[in-house]
Design a protein around this ligand. Structure first.
Ligand code: FHN
Length: 454
C-alpha cells in the first residue's frame, strides 16, 4: 500500500493518541479508524463529564444507600457482537469489539443475520450470578440493548431480540432476574438510549440511513420508552437502569426517560449517562479513576482486558493485584467499581476473567470490612497507601509494604492497630505528631494489606 502523509490538527492528533491509549491500540490503527468514522471523542475530558454528573439533591437521597454500601458490581457486555468477537470477513478490527458494526460500517442487512447464529448453549444464569457472588460483587448490570440495537430481552416492539430472532429463543434477562433474586444480587440493565445502529431513527448509523431524515424524537417516544417500560415491568425489581453515551439527547428527552423510570419503579436508580446531569449518580469516564475524593456518588465502569465485549485476540488481562488496587483506589475516593466481563457467543465467561474475579473475591473475603459501607478515609494523596473509614475505624490499605514493616501516617489518632486478614495486633506509637505502626518486616504476598486503626 502506498504511504500517504496528511497534516492533521494537533487537537485531532491528541484525540487519536488518547483513544489509542484507552483501547490499547496502535496510533496508526486508531488514526485510520477515527479518520474513517470520526467518532466524536472530546480531546480532553474531566473525570466526570458535566452532563454525566449527579442530579442536584441525589447526594442525600436514601434510595442510593444500598448502592453506597455495595461498592463493587459486575458489568456484562453480551450480544450479537460477541459472535464475530472483533473479526469481520477475515479482518480483525482494532479497538473495543462491541463497536464492530460501526467501525466496519456493516450494513444492517449483513449484521442482522448474526442473530440466527446466536445460540449460547453454554449460558447459565445461575453460574454467572454465582461468579459475581464469589467475586464479592453486590450488583450486576447487563447490556439489555447495546449500540448495535439487538435486544437481549423479549420485546413486543421489535423482533430483533433474543426470543424472536435467535435459535436460542430464551429470554436470558428473565433467567438472570430469577438467578439474581435467588442469590440476593441486585440487577441492573444497561440500555443504549441514544445510539442504535439498527433502528433507522437511532443515532449513529449513517451508512444505511440518512441522518437528515432521522426522527430521533419519534425513536425515543415510540421505541426507547416502550423498551424501558418492558424492562421495568417484566423482570421484577430492577435496581439500576444504566443508560450510556447520551451524546445529543435533549434535556427534555432525558427528563422524560427519568420520569418514566421513576413512575414504573421509584426505587430504580438511573445512572449519570442518562445525560443532562439528571442521573441519580455520576458516571466517570471508562476506566477513569479520579485523582482525589469527589463529593458525589460516582462509579467507574472498567474492563479487565481492553474490550468490553468478548474479543478473540484481546489477551491484555490486568492482573488480579492490579484489579484489587483499583477497587481500593476507587473506594478510597468515594466511588463504586463496575467491573466488566465479556462472555463468548456461546455464553462462556472467559477463564482469565473468572480467575481474576475469584481472586478479588478471596481478597474481599478477608478484607471486605474495609471496603463495603466505608467512606473515604482521612489520609489521601499518598502513593504507597489508601485509606477508608467507618464508625471509629480507619483502614489503611498498604500498597507497598515497607521492608522494615514500619508505617507512618499523619492526621489520624489511634490506640490500636490490627492486620485485618488474620487479626494480628501490631505495635503502635501515637505519642508524636504521627502514628507509627510496626508490622512484620519483609515482603507480603497480598496485593493490598489492610490495617484497621481504632
Ligand atoms: O460505547 C460504549 C462502550 O461500548 C461501552 O459500553 C462503555 C461502557 O462504559 N460505554 C460506552 C463508551 O463510554
Amino acid at each position: 500500500m502506498p504511504e500517504i502523509k496528511i497534516d492533521i490538527p494537533s487537537t485531532f492528533a491528541e484525540r487519536i493518541e488518547r483513544v489509542a491509549a484507552e483501547e490499547n491500540e496502535s496510533m496508526e490503527d486508531m488514526a485510520l479508524l477515527l479518520l474513517r468514522r470520526g467518532y466524536d471523542f472530546a480531546v480532553t475530558r474531566p473525570d466526570v463529564e458535566p452532563d454525566r454528573s449527579q442530579r442536584p439533591g441525589a447526594r442525600s437521597d436514601p434510595r442510593l444507600d444500598w448502592w453506597r454500601e455495595a461498592k463493587f458490581g459486575l458489568f456484562i457486555h453480551w450480544g450479537l457482537y460477541s459472535i464475530p468477537a472483533g473479526v469481520w470477513k477475515g479482518r480483525e478490527w482494532p479497538g473495543i469489539a462491541e463497536w464492530l458494526m460501526y467501525r466496519a460500517e456493516i450494513p444492517v442487512e449483513e449484521y442482522e443475520p448474526l442473530a440466527a447464529r446466536f445460540n449460547p448453549v453454554e449460558f447459565d444464569a445461575e453460574a454467572w450470578v454465582a461468579l459475581a457472588k464469589r467475586a464479592g460483587q453486590k450488583y450486576l448490570v447487563i447490556t439489555s440493548k447495546h449500540h448495535d440495537g439487538f435486544c437481549l430481552f423479549d420485546s413486543a416492539v421489535t423482533d430483533y431480540d433474543m426470543v424472536d430472532a435467535t435459535p436460542f429463543k430464551r429470554d436470558v434477562l428473565k433467567e438472570l432476574a430469577e438467578a439474581c433474586a435467588a442469590q440476593d444480587i441486585k440487577l441492573g440493565f444497561y440500555y443504549s438510549q441514544t445510539q442504535d445502529w439498527h433502528h433507522p431513527d437511532g443515532d449513529g448509523n449513517d451508512w444505511d440511513y440518512d441522518p437528515a431524515e432521522k426522527d430521533f424524537d419519534g425513536y425515543i417516544e415510540e421505541y426507547v420508552k416502550p423498551h424501558v417500560r418492558e424492562l421495568l415491568t417484566n423482570y421484577g425489581p430492577i435496581a439500576i437502569i444504566w443508560f450510556d453515551t447520551p451524546k445529543g439527547i435533549s434535556e427534555r428527552q432525558s427528563r422524560s426517560l427519568l420520569e418514566l423510570c421513576n413512575e414504573l419503579q421509584p426505587d430504580c436508580l438511573v445512572c449519570g449517562r442518562l445525560g443532562n446531569a439528571l442521573g441519580d449518580y455520576a458516571t466517570a469516564g471508562d476506566n477513569r479513576i479520579p485523582e482525589e475524593v469527589l463529593d458525589l456518588d460516582w462509579e467507574t465502569p472498567a474492563t479487565i482486558n481492553d474490550s468490553w465485549s468478548y474479543k478473540l485476540n484481546d489477551h491484555n488481562w490486568k492482573s488480579s493485584g492490579d484489579l484489587i488496587r483499583k477497587l481500593v483506589d476507587i473506594v478510597s475516593k468515594g466511588g463504586n467499581y463496575l467491573l466488566n466481563v465479556g462472555p463468548t457467543g456461546a455464553g462462556v465467561i472467559p477463564q482469565p476473567s473468572v480467575e481474576r474475579l475469584e481472586a478479588v473475591g478471596r481478597w474481599l473475603e478477608a478484607n471486605g470490612e474495609a471496603i463495603y459501607g466505608t467512606a473515604p478515609g482521612p489520609i489521601q494523596g499518598r502513593e504507597d497507601l489508601r485509606s477508608t473509614s467507618k464508625e471509629g475505624v480507619v483502614y489503611l490499605h498498604i500498597y507497598d509494604w515497607p521492608a522494615d514493616g514500619r508505617i507512618r501516617v499523619e492526621g489520624v489518632q489511634a490506640q490500636t492497630a490490627r492486620l485485618l486478614a488474620g487479626g494480628e495486633a501490631l505495635a503502635i506509637d501515637g505519642s508524636g505528631d504521627e502514628v507509627v505502626i510496626s508490622g512484620p518486616a519483609g515482603a507480603r504476598e497480598e496485593a493490598v494489606t489492610v490495617i484497621a486503626l481504632r
